[in-house]
Ligand binder design. Structure first.
Ligand code: BGC
Length: 714
């Protein structure tokens, strides 16, 4: 008999037995009616040591290993975090957005920093849920996002992916996103744990950070993801933290994440981010990605991967390396059990044994795209609007000159693993033409001297400038805080030719604006996702009243930034010498005037703040829309300890609320305060401390536009 016939025969004979043995009625781990832990314990008990060891290193590029004997499926993953990244082929080889190969397309949402600029956790919940819906429809179980590395250095390449410089803002937002995504049964992965705050030497750099700065600045968003949103997966970072690779950092993974925070999900490595076998296994990494075979195949085929992914890392927990160490007792069997238990728990809790995905649903529907458009509009920040040049009054304008490189491209996102391939990107020029209609003449020019001539003749000029996905990208930091070559000169010349000029930027991080004094109106649209064109037109013409606020300080010059002088490090080490003084904490302490401060963002209407009442547990006030248009305001609450016994920032964000107000309408806003609103981390005692004393309560429209002050006694 031919071998394959024998196999088929055996399979046929085995099939009924397998079906009986694994049917939901008789096998506890397959029974969806039983509690998760019971099912996990049952399944773990059926596995051999070899099978367990086999599960902790990846299968494909984006898949963990399946176990056919027990019917354990592979976890199917995808980047993350602002839409399902396109991929190619059955093992989900992720590709660059500009790949010529046929790839999956989905809805491209605005970059993380743009989402953060909404200061709207409910919006992030909606975005997370919508991306979850698309992931499910595309048959993925686990999304590699969101990213919550704090923006420390203005030039860091992935700043655009993150939620800005403040731990409280990042925490509130990440909880919304994760809860939304996980409500769809999709496993969210919060990344990169921890201190992946620059791309320069990201694979090797050792970030030296004192514990107070870690606890107060760099870890809170991860902690909120774990303890409040119950995120199912955490991705370790590439870099070292205080001398130890994050993937084998037992303080970070075992002590803080698992013991102290009670994390019950799995820790996955960043791709090829492992360096050792026993240390990594013992420190608490649960799943190494990607699989060894896919690394070999991709390297052999020369398939482009993520920028910066080079070298010989990864494939450290493969069975050939790990099993002998377990057998020799260097990695205790209980450690392997714990890893497998976590992987199985994540699978069982998310229905992987029930739902063979695609789990239904659709991708890229009008409703999903509407969420992307709404998110883009909510995140756009009106930085300057002298003389109320904006909004454009369509009935009074006859001609618009559109100028600049970013007018004709839809700068949907930054570069690297977060880029999402979409079918629907619309350029700002097309969107402006569409909105302007036949009554307004819209003409376009990219560069000089034609641009200035065109500008001079138009009623209004719109200059679209900014970075591309090549400038702001994973894998490398920006070289300077200046706009790409020629853009400042272009803006200068255009503003000289016509003072009615609006500059619209696509930047995911601060840029210098040497032309800002002469330029009446400036908007930052960030990288606004696929429907950024429409969202920009919505803001320009006043169909949407801008309400975005900066989630990070825009310095006037790089020398003013907190990390200046101790970034990007030397000899493989970067000292975070500024400690807790990151972003506005630094600008306040050093009394430096930023170009645009943290929390800044204008509106087409006005808001009045009154009636502040402060009690030990609550702050309340009234906000009235006293202008002529409906609009939304983000009310911000900062706390300042008056006479602290330890060095503390002059103010720290401890509450914010986005309120939608019709013109003339008043809303009551209430903030609950607790110990965490007042506490600092005491490194000597290794604990959070709340000092008795007076705390100033500062409520305002930005970190430097404080409208009401009160005092709280603790
Ligand atoms: C990135 C991660 C990403 C992973 C998989 C890495 O290079 O740092 O953010 O999820 O690749 O694409």
């Amino acid at each position: 008999m031919k071998p394959f016939l024998v196999l088929n025969l055996l399979a046929a004979l085995a099939a009924p037995v397998m079906m009986t043995a694994q049917s939901p009625e008789t096998v506890p781990y397959r029974n969806p009616k039983l509690p998760v832990e019971e099912r996990v314990t049952d399944l773990l008990g059926r596995m051999t040591l070899e099978e367990k060891v086999d599960m902790v290193s990846g299968g494909g590029w984006m898949e963990s290993k399946a176990n056919a004997r027990l019917g354990i499926p592979a976890l199917k993953m995808a980047d993350g975090p602002v839409g399902v990244r396109n991929w190619y082929g059955p093992s989900a080889i992720t590709m660059r957005a500009d790949s010529p190969l046929p790839t999956v397309t989905s809805t491209a949402f605005p970059a993380g920093v743009a989402l953060a600029a909404s200061w709207d956790p409910e919006l992030l919940r909606e975005v997370g849920k919508t991306i979850g819906e698309e992931a499910r429809a595309l048959g993925r179980d686990m999304m590699l996002g969101p990213g919550v590395n704090i923006v420390r250095a203005p030039l860091a390449g992935r700043n655009f992916e993150m939620y800005g410089e403040d731990p409280y803002l990042s925490s509130r937002l990440v909880v919304g996103y994760i809860e939304g995504m996980q409500s769809e049964g999709i496993i969210a992965t919060v990344k990169h744990f921890a201190a992946n705050n620059q791309e320069h030497e990201r694979q090797t750099i050792d970030a030296k950070i004192d514990e107070r700065a870690l606890r107060e600045i760099y870890l809170p968003a991860f902690r909120a993801a774990v303890q409040e949103a119950h995120v199912w997966a955490v991705m370790s970072a590439y870099n070292k933290l205080n001398g130890h690779w994050c993937a084998e950092n037992s303080w970070l993974l075992a002590d803080v994440l698992k013991k102290e925070w009670g994390f019950r999900g799995l820790v996955v490595s960043d791709w090829l981010g492992t360096h050792s076998t026993a240390e990594t296994a013992n420190a608490g990494l649960d799943l190494e990605m990607p699989g060894a075979d896919s690394i070999r195949r991709l390297r052999a085929a020369g398939v482009p991967q993520n920028p910066g992914d080079v070298g010989s890392r990864g494939a450290m927990l493969t069975p050939d390396k790990l099993l002998p160490l377990v057998q020799a007792g260097e990695v205790p069997a209980a450690v392997i059990d714990d890893k497998v238990q976590r992987i199985l728990r994540v699978m069982v809790a998310n229905g992987l044994f029930e739902n063979q995905k695609p789990g239904g649903g659709e991708v890229d529907t009008p409703a999903q795209r509407a969420v992307a458009r709404k998110a883009a509009a909510e995140g756009i920040v009106l930085l300057k609007n002298a003389g109320d040049l904006l909004p454009l009054l369509a009935e009074k304008i006859h001609s618009i000159a559109v100028i600049g490189p970013n007018a004709v491209v839809a700068a949907t996102g930054g570069g690297g693993s977060s880029s999402v391939k979409t079918n629907h990107a619309l350029s700002p020029l097309d969107a402006v033409r569409e909105r302007a209609g036949a009554g307004i003449q819209v003409s376009y020019s990219q560069s000089l001297p034609e641009a200035a001539e065109l500008a001079a003749k138009a009623d209004v000029v719109l200059v679209f400038a900014g970075d591309s996905a090549k400038v702001e990208s994973e894998g490398h930091d920006r070289e300077s805080m200046d706009l790409p070559a020629g853009q400042n000169e272009l803006i200068d010349a255009v503003v000289k030719a016509n003072p009615h000029t609006v500059v619209v930027l696509n930047v995911g991080a601060p840029v210098t604006m040497p032309w800002v004094e002469q330029t009446p109106a400036v908007i930052n649209a960030w990288f606004p996702g696929e429907d950024g064109g429409h969202a920009i037109a919505d803001i320009l013409f006043g169909d949407v009243n801008p309400s975005g606020k900066l989630p990070e300080t825009f310095p006037r010059r790089i020398e003013d930034s907190a990390s200046w002088g101790h970034y990007p490090g030397k000899d493989g080490v970067v000292y975070y010498a500024e400690g807790i003084y990151v972003g506005y904490r630094h600008f306040d302490k050093q009394n430096i005037d930023p170009l645009f401060c943290f929390g800044h963002g204008l509106s087409y209407t006005k808001f009045e703040y009154t009636d502040l009442k402060v009690s030990p547990n609550e702050v309340s006030l009234k906000v009235r829309n006293s202008g002529r248009r409906d609009g939304a305001e983000v009310v911000q609450l900062y706390i300042h300890p008056v006479a602290p016994g330890i060095d503390r920032p002059l103010k720290e964000l401890k509450g914010f609320r986005r309120v939608d107000l019709r013109r003339g309408e008043t809303a009551a806003v209430t903030f609950a305060l607790d110990e965490s609103s007042l506490a600092y981390f005491e490194p000597a005692k290794k604990t959070w401390v709340t000092e008795p004393g007076n705390y100033e309560v500062l409520v305002g429209s930005s970190s430097r536009d404080i409208r009401l002050k009160g005092t709280l006694k603790h």
